[in-house]
Design a protein around this ligand. Structure first.
Ligand SMILES: [Zn+2]
Length: 177
């Protein structure tokens, strides 16, 4: 049987929550919550996601829905406790807009190579700040060269795994050092 589509509109979901949650706990400014994912902050097609899944008795009403991109939807907790999803957003979001996914590459870099990207940047020719900008834009260029899909504003799409991203970062760092 085909699943019925959700009739609640994204605006109804946003209107419900903007009065009830502190926007500092989200990965997005609430005024942009119809276009940007509430967790990673990326401008993407948003899913209406159940807070408590239907399979666990969650209802399809604004009070049980939030707006997330497809990747974050896939990573969200599926548990019978409304607070968990907001805790997950609060604890995993990044404070800088649009850097969520590239910072995940940085985390994986540390796991794979045993040094942080910050440490690596100190060994580059220019200042850390300049290098960070270069790193992000160069990672984008390199990505185009490898033929993988790369979305706008230096944000990585779900097409690239964190481990692939870490390798891209490593290649760029070698060029900068
Ligand atoms: Zn997201």
């Amino acid at each position: 049987m085909k699943k019925e589509s959700i009739k609640v509109t994204p605006k109804e979901i946003l209107d419900y929550w903007k009065e009830r949650i502190y926007e500092g706990d989200l990965g997005v400014d609430i005024s942009e919550g119809l276009e940007h994912c509430w967790r990673c902050g990326c401008k993407k097609v948003l899913h209406k996601c159940h807070i408590i899944p239907e399979s666990l008795g969650g209802v399809t009403e604004a009070s049980n829905l939030i707006l997330l991109c497809g990747v974050c939807h896939g990573e969200a907790p599926n548990v019978n406790n409304k607070k968990t999803i907001f805790r997950w957003i609060q604890q995993t979001k990044k404070d800088t807009y649009n850097t969520f996914w590239i910072l995940r590459w940085f985390d994986m870099y540390k796991i794979l190579y045993g040094t942080s990207v910050e440490e690596e940047l100190k060994r580059c020719k220019q200042t850390t700040k300049e290098n960070l900008h270069l790193l992000i834009s160069e990672a984008g260029n390199l990505d185009k060269n490898t033929g993988l899909h790369f979305s706008g504003h230096a944000v990585i799409t779900n097409k690239i795994t964190d481990s692939t991203g870490a390798v891209i970062i490593r290649r760029v760092l070698k060029k900068l050092q």
